[in-house]
Design a protein around this ligand. Structure first.
Ligand SMILES: [Zn+2]
Length: 363
């Protein structure tokens, strides 16, 4: 389908392209320098798929980010509206001049004249320009002075992802992969927020390693060929589950109780994500304001840290794994971290803070 859309762009004069244009609308450049199809009326059939690609929806940004106009005779590109130099339409770069222009819809080729071999840019304004505005025109000329229409050549489209400017499946695939990589690193960035939590370093390290699946859980030991007894690979808080990061920190029935208590305390009820990184992101993104988000991060880090400690105590020292006791311990830690790092204002005594009936008022 992308090929069709590309052909639509690249062959502006073809009959079927004109049909699309007249039925569905025209191309429009956004302030972000991306190109979308402006809609007119409803759509049906395979046309809609082409047009959808061109609209620059979230998933198709890689397409609109990779196309730009290529200046020919300048009679097919709107001077102010389209991206034909730089990364954004000139009307967004020079909004004041755009407002003053008497050719807001004018084509590039209408903004000047040939003097022999040389192209001179010319503008028409609604009124005489003031000194500051003349300065702006000089800046505008700096932007476009290296460019000139090319008589006898039609304006075209350029596919920026390929060196030769022509769309191909291979270059499109590379553009998509690149965007996927960027998204992956954005995800990584989201997780790195765990370091913003105002918590002791040792706790943050455990939380970070849990998010990266770098803790010595039994499944990880097995993966690294550490010899462990068969009976050791099971979670020792419940029966019959392999010990993985997800099980230990989200799905184990005992852990589940811990999160339930914490949600009650916060007076929120959210669905439980499958993976730990989603758990972290959804748990911490809800708070209003930086201080509350920091509080939530600290609470998440503290919970993971203490879950891990009690797992170790239970595994290596035979201590009992008690969700209620653990929640009290978490509340106690958060109380003292909050005193130290002053995340949220607390006007209640410690005993109330710890009681099951109390819910935090600021969420
Ligand atoms: Zn378990």
């Amino acid at each position: 389908m992308l090929k069709w859309f590309w052909r639509y762009l690249a062959s502006g004069e073809e009959l079927w392209a004109r049909v699309i244009k007249s039925v569905y609308g025209d191309l429009e450049w956004g302030e972000d320098g991306q190109c979308r199809l402006r809609m007119r009326g409803g759509m049906t059939g395979w046309w809609s798929k082409i047009v959808d690609k061109g609209r620059g929806g979230e998933n198709d940004r890689w397409f609109s980010e990779n196309i730009s106009r290529e200046l020919g005779n300048g009679l097919g590109i709107r001077f102010w509206d389209e991206v034909w130099t730089g990364n954004r339409p000139l009307k967004f770069l020079f909004p004041r001049l755009f407002a003053l222009s008497s050719d807001q819809q004018g084509l590039v080729g209408e903004f000047g004249n040939w003097a022999g071999e040389e192209w001179n840019w010319e503008f028409r304004w609604r009124r005489d320009l003031r000194e500051r505005e003349i300065e702006m025109v000089n800046n505008l000329l700096l932007v476009i002075s290296s460019l000139a229409p090319c008589a006898g050549k039609k304006d075209g489209w350029k596919w920026k992802a390929a060196k030769d400017g022509v769309f191909s499946a291979k270059s499109a695939y590379e553009a998509i992969s690149k965007e996927k990589g960027e998204m992956a690193s954005k995800h990584h960035e989201g997780l790195a927020q765990v370091w913003e939590a105002p918590t002791p370093h040792k706790a943050t390290v455990v939380a970070w390693r849990s998010l990266r699946n770098r803790l010595a859980t039994c499944d990880n030991l097995v993966r690294r060929n550490v010899p462990i007894q068969v009976e050791e690979k099971w979670c020792n808080a419940c029966v019959g589950h392999e010990e993985t990061v997800e099980h230990l920190f989200i799905h184990c029935p005992k852990t589940d109780q811990v999160w339930d208590y914490i949600q009650q305390w916060l007076n929120i009820k959210t669905a439980k994500p499958q993976g730990l990184s989603q758990h972290f992101l959804s748990f911490t993104h809800g708070g209003k304001g930086k201080k509350i988000r920091n509080f939530l991060k600290a609470l998440w880090v503290g919970t993971i840290w203490l879950l891990w400690s009690s797992r170790n105590e239970s595994r290596f020292e035979g201590k009992e794994w008690d969700p209620q006791k653990l929640v009290l311990e978490i509340k106690g830690r958060i109380w003292s971290w909050n005193k130290t790092f002053q995340m949220v204002e607390v006007n209640v005594p410690f005993s109330l803070w710890c009681s099951r009936e109390y819910t935090l008022p600021f969420l």
